[in-house]
Design a protein around this ligand. Sequence first.
Ligand SMILES: O=C[C@H](O)[C@@H](O)CC(=O)C(=O)O
Ligand SMILES: [Zn+2]
Length: 280
Amino acid sequence: MKTNYEVRYAASPQDVKSYDTTRLRDEFLIDNLMSPDEVNLVYSHYDRFISGSAVPVKEALTLEAIDPLKADYFLERRELGIINIGGSGTVTVDGTVYELDNREALYVGKGNKEVVFASKSANEPALFYLNSTPAHKAYPNKKIGINDVEVVQLGAPETANARTLRKYIVNSVVDVCQLQMGMTELKPGSVWNTMPAHVHDRRMEVYFYFDVPAEQSVCHFMGQPQETRHIWMQNNQAVISPAWSVHSGSGTSNYTFIWGMAGENLDYGDMDHCKITELK
Ligand SMILES: O=C[C@H](O)[C@@H](O)CC(=O)C(=O)O
Ligand SMILES: [Zn+2]
């Protein structure tokens, strides 16, 4: 059993202007996810947001308190969102078993001492994607099935951005302190997510790209709207978006991604849109 973690500090947009490709990737790209029989976490100092994965294959995996938390157990002062993008699995929270099939989610509130991940079959393991944020209050655990999500259709084939957005962990679906999570699926032939792009200075965000077909990639754009940079993303990689940064990608095919946010408010729609023709 293994829990690995990395720490990422926060950077000023003035500094990031001078980053080369390697430095940009070292600071913002998360490339240790979905590794079998490991729990892998990245602790970002942007809103102390943790992104990670748990892939139990040979044995069950326990979510351990990592050193930066200085806590007796992981959820002592945190809440957790889990979305399964793999085969059927279970998450056991202080003895209560939640069955999570592909594309089902679980919210786990502050104060739960033990979180254990397991797969139904080693041949088709569960792939649990995790987001966690500091929490001030213990809200009840809640499973969010595919029928519980709020669905929004966005974009159009003509602009290559037709996509289905599913809100899983938002405060109209489940009580949360600050975490928000959802999944956006691009339609075949559509490649652009989040275009027109936006920033939300009240919240940071992490995008986790998956279901990227073999030999295809997603080019993710970040940076201040008039000072953008790009990061080429492979399947099962995530990218940290500071509050001052746009976060929008274009793939060489369609793909799906999970977005997770935390910060000042719980208003999903609190975004400042950037005019497409003014991006630089
Ligand atoms: O702040 C919200 C997030 O950036 C995403 O929900 C946007 C998104 O999934 C999309 O438009 O494709
Ligand atoms: Zn956003």
